[in-house]
Design a protein around this ligand. Structure first.
Ligand code: SF4
Length: 311
């Protein structure tokens, strides 16, 4: 449904060097599927999410929706904006403090000229778990709990009957007690409405709880992807292994050495080699890995994982 093909996004960086924020990514989100895009901050996952939303234009490569390349102007862009909705991590920041819940949820339907506004708003609030919806119409964000505010943000997206949600760290700002409720809501929306979602997160525990597939991103590239159970119970890439090792149930902590990624200085060979404890072969230092294809099977970009490597 939503697809990135060999997408690259570069920005002017420090000292006039180009920052290759997204450096060749293939990724699909199928109908009714939840995909977790996982990586450290600065790995390019938010830029990729913005590109999939049509908010950034790829420097090269292509984003498609329903098999049609994205248009960045006119009616087709407007129609696409209805189908693919963004849910941000900070509901207090994404809601206008002077707007009631009704006004916040009605904004999208008004922009898109949808009929039966009050019914649309009530249905969206109800779907988002705020029941009875009329009880919330005249409330302001400060009168709601953190979990209720995030539900209002999700209702704002649902009011446009989207096919895909792109959720950027959707529970990062919430108390642990309400995180599970919001994740359950996303799962219910997938099951009841067939809604697809790309969940952007640094948290592999969250990915485990919610995602059908996981894509692990490092320095602008997907380095490992596949069905959640395959990737998270049998990680093949040393970076995925290191990310997983910080989970409380992990028997051993793998400490990532070296500097955090700098997208203006992509290392030669495998881009993870300066921080990889296994970078012992000459190929790690000198032979680049090819871009992983957008398949649903498990894939890994590592010279030492030949069974699943696509080089
Ligand atoms: Fe580490 Fe080499 Fe694999 Fe890169 S290719 S992740 S440096 S072992």
């Amino acid at each position: 449904m939503l697809e990135a093909t060999e997408v690259k996004v570069s920005f002017g960086g420090r000292g006039g060097r180009q920052a290759r924020a997204v450096d060749g990514v293939n990724l699909t989100v199928a109908p009714g599927e939840i995909v977790a895009l996982v990586g450290e901050s600065g790995c390019g996952k938010t830029t990729l999410a913005r590109t999939l939303l049509g908010l950034e234009r790829p420097t090269s490569g292509q984003v498609s929706y329903d098999g049609t390349p994205l248009s960045y102007t006119g009616r087709r862009l407007r129609a696409f904006r209805r189908q693919v909705q963004l849910v941000l991590q900070d509901p207090m920041g994404s809601l206008n403090p002077r707007q009631t819940v009704y006004e916040a949820v009605a904004e999208g339907p008004r922009i898109h000229g949808l009929p039966d506004e009050e019914k649309v708003v009530a249905d969206a609030l109800s779907r988002a778990g705020l029941r009875p919806p009329e009880r919330f119409f005249l409330r302001y964000p400060h009168e709601l709990s953190g979990g209720q505010r995030q539900r209002v943000v999700i209702a704002g997206a649902l009011a446009l009957s989207p096919k895909v949600l792109i959720a950027d760290e959707p529970v990062a700002s919430l108390d642990a007690s309400v995180r599970g409720e919001i994740l359950s809501l996303l799962l219910r929306l997938r099951d009841d409405l067939g809604l697809a979602a790309l969940v952007v997160t640094h948290d592999l525990g969250l990915a485990w709880n919610i995602a059908d597939r996981v894509a692990v991103m490092y320095l602008g590239r997907i380095v490992e992807s596949g069905p959640t159970e395959d990737v998270l119970t049998n990680p093949q890439h040393p970076y995925t292994q290191a990310l997983l090792s910080v989970l409380p149930e992990s028997p051993e902590r793998i400490v990532l050495t070296g500097e955090p990624p700098d997208p203006t200085r992509i290392p030669t060979g495998c881009r993870f080699h300066p921080r990889c404890q296994l970078a012992l072969t000459p190929a790690c230092h000198s032979t680049p890995l090819q871009i992983l294809p957008a398949t649903t099977t498990a894939q890994v970009a590592c010279h030492l994982a030949p069974v699943r490597t696509t080089t």
